[in-house]
Design a protein around this ligand. Structure first.
Ligand SMILES: O=P(O)(O)OC[C@H]1O[C@H](OP(=O)(O)OP(=O)(O)O)[C@H](O)[C@@H]1O
Ligand SMILES: Nc1nc2[nH]cnc2c(=O)[nH]1
Length: 175
């Protein structure tokens, strides 16, 4: 399948994704019993995962959204800047919702930003994780599916803005 100028092949089906999302929601529900966590959704990529995750989460919860703007120059390690009102996270049980943790640059930035705002607690849930590409040591508390270090798209993840709407996940063809 061609997206933009690149060729992709089917990788993870919507059924497999759905099972993983339900399992994550169930684990979170159990761990946050008696609490009202705030799901902090990291836009743009996590929008679809977050939507399905909270639909499957039956306990009380709140939602907050944060956009990370990447400034990508000629280097691949893009710097990120958060857009979020200060004090919004103080004394809250935060669950950071990411679609993917790859190198960990984004999550590192987020954690530093979050710590400065004194939340009561914070944990990370990511639907996808590339352990071989991960360069940080922060634990990813809840991981849906570990994947190899290859570019994917679909289910919220894009290539050059394209492919976010696809219900299944595709992997870049390399040969
Ligand atoms: O672990 P890393 O190497 O930092 O990669 C993970 C980040 O990359 C993606 O966001 P992206 O910057 O593509 O923005 P988007 O969510 O708006 O597509 C994803 O949503 C994560 O935030
Ligand atoms: N679309 C997409 N975005 C990413 N951000 C970090 N890793 C990836 C990836 O594999 N695919």
């Amino acid at each position: 399948m061609k997206i933009g100028d690149l060729e992709f092949k089917p990788f993870i089906s919507r059924d497999e994704i759905s099972k993983s999302v339900k399992a994550l929601a169930a684990r979170l529900e159990q761990d946050y019993t008696g609490k009202t966590p705030t799901f902090l959704v990291i836009l743009n990529g996590a929008f679809m995962f977050a939507s399905d995750l909270v639909k499957n989460y039956k306990g009380d919860c709140k939602l907050s959204f944060m956009r990370l703007a990447s400034y990508q120059g000629t280097h691949t390690t893009g710097k990120v800047k958060a857009y979020l009102e200060a004090e919004q996270l103080k004394n809250k049980d935060i669950i950071i919702v990411e679609d993917i943790v790859d190198t960990g640059n984004s999550i590192e930035y987020l954690i530093k930003h979050l710590q400065a705002q004194n939340p009561k607690s914070y944990r990370i849930v990511s639907l996808f994780h590339k352990p071989d590409a991960y360069k940080k040591t922060y634990p990813i508390d809840y991981i849906g599916i570990n994947i190899p270090d290859k570019f994917i798209l679909g289910y919220g993840l894009d290539y050059d803005g394209l492919g976010r709407n696809l219900p299944d996940v595709y992997q870049l063809k390399t040969s």
